[in-house]
Design a protein around this ligand. Structure first.
Ligand SMILES: [Fe+2]
Ligand SMILES: [Fe+2]
Length: 275
C-alpha cells in the first residue's frame, strides 16, 4: 500500500477505536520502513471530503451542544468527551493533510511529521476513551460538535491555508486551554485524566511546530512574507477572532511568534468588521 492509500483507509474507517488501531499500525509500518532506509511510496489517492464517523456521538450545531459545569462529575465527563471528539477529528485531519495535497511535491520529512502526529492523536483519542470508560461513560454517550471538520473542507484545495488554520490556529488554541483543563482534573484528583492531558499537552506542541515548519517552508519556496500571508489566510478561512489569553511560552516553543496571532485577536489591532 502507498502512504496515501493508508491515509484513505484510516479516513474511511468509522469506528473510533478501529480507526486509531489502523492509524497506529500504518504509522508503525511507515516508521519501520524509514528506519530501515526503505521508503513506502507516497502515491496518490482521493480522500473523502468527509471522514467516516460512527453513528454515535450525535453531531450537533455548536450552539446546541449543552454546556455543563466543569466542577461536577457530569461536567468532567463532558469535557473529556469533547476532547476525545477533537482527538478523533485530529487523527483524520493529519491523515487528510497527507493524502489531500499529494500533487504538491514535498520532502519526506513532511510525511514523517504528519504520520507521527496522526499516531499521537490516535493515542490521545484512546487515552480519552480510557478515561471516559473509567468514569462509567464512553465516546458516543454525549452529543458532539459538528463544526470540527469545517476547517478541513474550507481549505480542501489550499495547503498553506490548511497549515495556517489547522495546526497553527486550532491546535495552537489547544496549547492555550489545556493547562486550565489539567487544573480541573487535578482538583478532582482524577490522576489518569491528569496524566493523559499532560501527555496530550506535551505532544501537541510538536504538531503546532510541524505546522509552522511546513508553512514557512512553503513561504520560502514561493518567496512569500510568512506573517502577512498567515494573516491573510486566517482571515480568509477562520471564522472569528483568535481568543486571548495566549500561551506565549508554548507558542514560541512551537515556532509561532506573537506578531502572528496578536493582530488577529480582535483587540482593536484589527480594523472593525473584519470577521
Ligand atoms: Fe491530540
Ligand atoms: Fe495535534
Amino acid at each position: 500500500m502507498t502512504l496515501t492509500e493508508m491515509a484513505v483507509a484510516v479516513l474511511t474507517t468509522a469506528d473510533g477505536r478501529a480507526k486509531t488501531a489502523l492509524s497506529r499500525q500504518y504509522a508503525a509500518q511507515w516508521q519501520a520502513a524509514r528506519a530501515a532506509g526503505d521508503v513506502i511510496e507516497i502515491g496518490t489517492a482521493t480522500p473523502p471530503l468527509r471522514p467516516a464517523r460512527p453513528d454515535r456521538p450525535e453531531l450537533l450545531d455548536p450552539r446546541d451542544v449543552p454546556h455543563r459545569k466543569p466542577g461536577t462529575e457530569a461536567g468532567r465527563i463532558a469535557l473529556l468527551h469533547a476532547v476525545a471528539h477533537i482527538e478523533l477529528n485530529a487523527v483524520d485531519l493529519h491523515w487528510d493533510i497527507i493524502a489531500r495535497f499529494s500533487d504538491t511535491k514535498l520532502p519526506l520529512g513532511y510525511y514523517d511529521d504528519w504520520v507521527k502526529a496522526a499516531d499521537e492523536e490516535s493515542k490521545h483519542f484512546n487515552l480519552m476513551c480510557d478515561c471516559l470508560e473509567e468514569l462509567g461513560s464512553h465516546y458516543g454517550a454525549l452529543p458532539a460538535h459538528a463544526g470540527m471538520w469545517r476547517a478541513a473542507e474550507d481549505t480542501v484545495d489550499d495547503l498553506m491555508g490548511r497549515l495556517a488554520v489547522v495546526p497553527m490556529v486550532l491546535e495552537a488554541r489547544g496549547l492555550d486551554v489545556t493547562p486550565g483543563m489539567i487544573k480541573i482534573f487535578k482538583q478532582a484528583k482524577l490522576t489518569s485524566a491528569v496524566a493523559a492531558l499532560e501527555t496530550i499537552y506535551a505532544e501537541e506542541v510538536h504538531h503546532v511546530a510541524y505546522g509552522s515548519k511546513w508553512f514557512h517552508f512553503l513561504c520560502g519556496r514561493h518567496d512569500l512574507d510568512p506573517t502577512g500571508v498567515f494573516h491573510d489566510l486566517v482571515r480568509k478561512y477562520f471564522h472569528g477572532n483568535l481568543k486571548p489569553p495566549f500561551n506565549e511560552e508554548k507558542r514560541a516553543e512551537a515556532g509561532i511568534p506573537p506578531d502572528f496571532y496578536w493582530p488577529l485577536a480582535g483587540t482593536g489591532a484589527v480594523s472593525a468588521g473584519s470577521s
